[in-house]
Write a protein that binds this ligand. Sequence first.
Ligand code: GRF
Length: 203
Amino acid sequence: FEIVVLVSGFGSNLQALIDAAKAHPDQYRIKAVICNRPQAYALERARQANIPYFTICAAAGQTRESYDQQLNQQLETLQPDLIVMAGFMRILSAGFTEKWQHKLINIHPSLLPKYPGLNTHQRALDARDAIHGISIHYVNAEVDGGPVIAQAQLEIKSQDSAETLAQRIHELEHQLLPAVVLAIATKKIHYNLAHHQVTFLGD
Ligand code: GRF
């Protein structure tokens, strides 16, 4: 089972996936990393792990469709079983998500449907929420809107700031993302596209 990981930044979730792949070499392999920012530390992680990586930068004035076409071409070549958006900070066009929706997942730092988009930690604090968390979901044309596969949550403490939440949220992400990828790789998760329904299958 081969995955491609899409990243834009620090790549700590990519690292969690690299470590889990090393621990379970028979379950999944990271075939390549694709990044839209040439200076992203995530690329250094890929290099150190001997994983092929590709940088696809948006040219000035390039349309979303044209960028996504480039991304699509690279994925066509790689033919992954699963594409994992792990901090990939681009919105994908409807044509792209429709084509790959059966094998495209994203990690988002909120308990969806709450707080799609950016600044989720501050928004949870501003709303005086008691709990906050993360979601892993299949991707469709709606930003952070596809069917949720799994969530994990934490309690917001009175002394929490966006920074302390971000740190604890990352810890949750590093656990749940590899677990979901492993579950998909071992066919414990079934996605019925027609009904937008995610089902968990027993052993
Ligand atoms: C994560 O918090 C993820 O939920 C969000 O972007 C962040 C990426 O962090 N979409 P990293 O690059 O994996 O460290």
